[in-house]
Ligand binder design. Structure first.
Ligand code: NAD
Length: 499
């Protein structure tokens, strides 16, 4: 096992109004390392009073120095922050892996990539322009401005803690908002170290506040607080629904990035040597704990047996082990309840008659017995009526579904309440262009899978959510348009008629 030195501090602190604070109650909760199964950090257990303090700090910061700063100056602070994250990327990656058990290679890649978001959106800060409207009223000058919304409540899940927060924080800050961010209770440690870099980069106090605690205890207050203007949420669809309902009471703006049951479709004409690792990376990378997991492999019947055989052979070679070891390919599940959920779904799939092709249990290897592992698991001959074909498992469980032709592939892929992503493997250029139009998904990859960038929009169709993160247009999710009218003609208004 790779060394896991203890943290320098016994107890971590939250960032509220530029102050490093314990919870008002003085309570803490334990954060667990999913590989050792042991608690490794003590995190403040925020209560409603802490939410109120953080929102108050963010609200004051919104009206203070941050608001009067030029957009260029805001962008420069974000660029400084990007440099600091780049310097700290390795440390942050190790913290993330210890907290959520995801592979060090993946967390390294994410932590090294995060600075690009702050550079890109920081650079965009002073390129947000209003318009002059050629208004149809003589002597009147009409222009528009894009203004920030105010306090943004950002709520994020445990699977890619810093990356998914970055997708919210970078555009929100570039647009001039202030933020109260609550990471998942299962992965709060890296957030609190990330928080130190905001201070160092020169963000005014209160612009970024980080509170740690349980969603069921403080989530509702974050969403309903009267001074929160917008809720940016990533998480499961059941929680998303609750957040949306709670936010409706205060008519707050909301973006929701939710779950998925994404189809990864292999046609007989695909280059199979690329499609097979593509299917594997779609589901077993991140141990299936990714919203864009290609958890349904749709395989054309004429190559079904061949693909299944190769897929099983390839997946069998995946190295399960310590996520801090760069040679490991499959790590543990982040939480014990989530492992139970994954194992329950495996049982349901068997009961419903799916054919188990691989895995299906907790690994027997004693060297990893303390970790919360589930073997990479595959089910064949899955039909659309099975729960395993419809519900998000969020674990290393692949459902393989045969199809006859293009129409049937599209029908199966679209037969889902979700619409986050889809993958398509084909050498037919016409099909590669035609099918993305027919797939009900916010992201479609052709002959590739699971790529994201700060440059390209990310978000769901149907019950995978709404609003877009990443790409230039994401900043507009954090802006509102104001129309300013000026009478430049010195006219005397007619008092009782609309002008
Ligand atoms: P979750 O919904 O349980 O928790 C997400 C966040 O919501 C956590 O911070 C949690 O504390 C908070 N929360 C819980 N109850 C709340 C409440 N009542 N009010 C406000 N906040 C509350 O999700 P999870 O288990 O941490 O993450 C897994 C889910 O996230 C999966 O469904 C996955 O598909 C989804 N996800 C989506 C994306 C995306 O971009 N579409 C990315 C990653 C994960």
């Amino acid at each position: 096992m790779i060394q896991r030195p203890p943290l320098a501090e016994d107890k971590l602190a939250m960032l509220i109004g530029g102050r490093w604070a314990a919870a008002a109650s003085g309570e803490y909760f334990e954060s667990f390392d999913p590989f050792t199964g042991k608690a490794w950090a003590l995190v403040p257990r925020a209560g409603v009073a802490d939410v109120d303090a953080a929102v108050e700090a963010a609200s004051q910061a919104f009206r203070g120095e941050w608001r009067s700063m030029t957009a260029s100056a805001r962008g420069q602070i974000m660029a400084r922050f990007a440099d600091l994250v780049a310097e700290e990327a390795e440390n942050l990656a190790v913290l993330e892996t210890r907290d959520n058990g995801k592979l060090i290679n993946e967390m390294r890649m994410q932590c090294k990539y995060i600075p690009q978001w702050f550079r890109f959106f920081g650079g965009l800060a002073d390129k947000i322009e209003g318009r002059v409207i050629p208004i149809d009223k003589p002597g009147v000058f009409n222009y528009t401005k894009l203004e920030p919304l105010g306090v943004v409540a950002a709520i994020t899940p445990w699977n890619s803690p810093l990356m998914l927060a970055t997708w919210k924080l970078a555009p929100a800050l570039a647009a001039g908002n202030t933020v109260v961010w609550k990471p998942s209770e299962f992965s709060s440690v890296s957030a609190l170290f990330f928080g130190r870099l905001f201070e160092k980069a020169g963000f005014p106090k209160g612009v970024v506040n980080i509170i740690t605690g349980f969603g069921h205890e403080i989530g509702d207050r974050m969403v309903t607080h009267p001074r929160v203007a917008k809720v940016a949420f990533t998480g499961g669809d059941a929680t998303g629904r609750r957040v949306y309902q709670a936010a409706a009471g205060g008519l707050k703006k909301v973006t929701l990035e939710l779950g998925g049951k994404s189809a990864n479709i292999v046609f007989a004409d695909a280059k199979l040597e690329a499609a097979i690792p593509g299917l594997v990376s779609g589901i077993f990378a991140a141990t299936g704990q990714t919203c864009i997991a290609g958890s349904r492999a749709l395989v054309q019947r004429s190559v079904y047996d061949q693909v299944v055989e190769k897929l099983v052979a390839f997946a069998k070679t995946a190295r399960i082990g310590d996520p801090l070891d760069p040679d490991t390919q499959v790590g543990p599940i982040t939480t014990l309840p989530q492992r139970k959920k994954v194992l329950d779904y495996i049982g349901i799939a068997r009961d419903e008659g799916a054919l188990q092709l691989l895995g299906g249990k907790v690994p027997e290897d004693k060297a990893i017995a303390d970790g919360w592992f589930v073997e990479p698991t595959m089910f064949g001959n899955v039909s659309q009526s099975m729960r395993i074909a419809q519900e998000e498992v969020f674990g290393p469980v692949l459902s393989i579904i045969p199809f006859e032709d293009e129409d049937e592939a599209v029908a199966i892929a679209n037969d889902s309440i979700y619409g986050l992503a889809a993958g398509l493997w084909t050498q037919d250029i016409g099909r590669g262009i035609r099918l993305p139009d027919r797939l009900e998904a916010g992201i479609v990859w052709v002959n590739m899978y699971r790529a994201t960038s700060y440059l390209s929009p990310f978000g769901g169709y149907k019950q995978s959510g709404f609003g877009r993160e990443n790409g230039r247009t994401a900043i507009y999710e954090y802006l509102q348009e104001k129309s300013v009218w000026i009478d430049a003609g010195n006219s005397i208004p007619a008092p009782f008629v609309q002008r």
